[in-house]
Design a protein around this ligand. Structure first.
Ligand SMILES: *Cc1c(COP(=O)(O)O)cnc(C)c1O
Length: 232
């Protein structure tokens, strides 16, 4: 089943790239495997998937310990400062940096481990109260505060768009994030180069690609519905 779903997602990504005059290699598919058991991830791995997204630190580190070493792990969910130390040298990218305190902790823990953490700033474009993320107008001041951190490399922006029935409704959310990335790059902030736009999930990744997403985070579309009643 994963094989067919993955093929369908791949086809949709290719079509969205064609519609918007973009190259397929400029869009990275992150397979969001939260709540799925390692056997399911192994199945995706055997089909060629190498980039997995998880939203919980403990789940990520458990899977990290068991699954093949060449998997590139992305932390896409809210990150608590006390958990940074467990993942800072294990993940390829942290998508969800949304506060100065968190950035300071990542800086400190990355320095201890002698690594540079690649991060995205999570932006609450739609200003939903229930969501984490920095407000659009606060992103540039935030970047100016953290740009001198030596063990952090800001590589882009991430947003979680609202849950909507029609993905077209999220088009302006995605175009706003892209415009923000242009505005940031125009500022030429030292050490900040926004090239990654992590936006689009199962319901809206095609629209997100049309609006410039370079990373789409697809869970249900690959693995099917999640069952939160039993532990992964
Ligand atoms: C769960 C999750 C996704 C994937 O959602 P689907 O609708 O299953 O594709 C993407 N991004 C984040 C941050 C998530 O937590």
């Amino acid at each position: 089943m994963i094989k067919e779903q993955l093929a369908l997602v791949e086809e949709n990504i290719q079509k969205a790239c064609e519609r918007s005059g973009r190259r397929r290699e400029d869009v990275t598919l992150i397979a969001v495997s939260k709540t799925k058991p390692v056997g399911v991830l192994q199945e995706a791995y055997d089909l060629g998937v190498r980039i997995f997204g998880e939203n919980k630190v403990q789940e990520l580190t458990e899977k990290y310990a068991i699954l093949p070493e060449d998997i590139r792990w992305h932390l896409i969910g809210h990150l608590q400062t006390n958990k940074v130390k467990y993942i800072v040298d294990k993940v390829e990218l942290i998508h969800s940096v949304d506060s100065l305190k968190l950035a300071q902790t990542i800086e400190k823990e990355a320095a201890k481990k002698g690594c540079v953490a690649r991060i995205l700033i999570e932006v609450n474009v739609a200003e939903e109260e229930s969501k984490f993320g920095v407000k659009v107008e606060e992103v540039i001041p935030f970047l100016e505060k953290i740009s001198h951190f030596e063990h952090i490399k800001v590589e882009g922006l991430m947003t979680i768009a609202p849950f909507v029935d029609d993905p077209e409704k999220n088009r302006t959310v995605f175009s706003k994030l892209r415009q923000l990335s242009v505005d940031i790059n125009d500022k030429n902030i030292d050490n900040v180069n926004v090239s990654i736009l992590s936006m689009g999930m199962t319901n809206d990744y095609e629209v997100a690609i049309e609006e410039g997403a370079t990373c789409v985070r697809v869970g249900t579309g690959i693995f099917g519905e999640r069952d939160y009643s039993k532990k992964a």
